[in-house]
Design a protein around this ligand. Sequence first.
Ligand code: NAD
Length: 258
Amino acid sequence: MSNPPTFDFSGKVAFVTGAGSGIGRATALAFAAAGASVTIADISDSGLKATEDMMIALGAKVLSVRCDVTKSADIKLALDQTIAAFGRLDAAFNNAGIEQPGASIVDLTEDMLDRVLAVNLKSVFLCMKHQIPLMLQNGGGAIVNTSSGAGVIAIRNQSGYCASKFGVTVASKVAALEFADQGIRVNALCPGIIDTPMIARYTGGTEEGRAAIIKQEPVGRMGRPEEIAATVLFLCSDSGGFITGHALVADGAQTAGI
Ligand code: NAD
């Protein structure tokens, strides 16, 4: 993006899951550009290494942790390492996720349902469970959980993915209610179609596949990961200080007509 976000996160510490690719990588880089120390967490060693190299090139303070977000122990360890390295936790972007192969509700396998709910939804519960007590130690913080347009509208052949993303939105709202009076803000972010490796897999990576999916976007293009990153930084910044319990749609009007 030609104009990087202008938020100031100097002295702040951010934790980003799914930071080895796409939206998570762009957000980790944006936090770093805004002065934060950043923990990048992902299950992919190669993805983490690539993001870490980009962050080091920015002069960022970065901690890279291999973490499977379906495992409570992995998340706790990554957060303990964050506190050991940087001393506090101010912002968390719980963003790791997987797509679901298209299948009708009767054809969706139990394994795939378990997997998509574990990676996309259970992980958000586990992350918040371990992050909120750490944020409370320094008076509060802000959490953004990645939902989706699929957390706003029902999509055929995506029952597991939609259920996971509607769940992320509701879990975010409940957490916001529970901790609103203790300085913790929690919001869900619902991106439209964003140009990342996930969408490349979804479209088959072909020009025809891209064109077909872009037709769903009234703005006539996909969103850029950096645009979602800027929205995350806004929600975590003092500028978003009165926003909590909200599901913010950033989708080029994809769901506006529903
Ligand atoms: P991506 O595939 O480019 O990145 C996802 C990252 O999550 C990868 O680095 C992957 O290794 C990591 N990951 C997967 N399983 C994990 C696990 N168990 N533990 C830790 N990390 C794991 O995808 P993206 O497009 O950047 O998607 C990021 C988030 O945004 C996802 O939650 C996705 O559902 C959501 N989303 C994406 C779009 C889109 O159009 N790209 C739209 C709406 C919502």
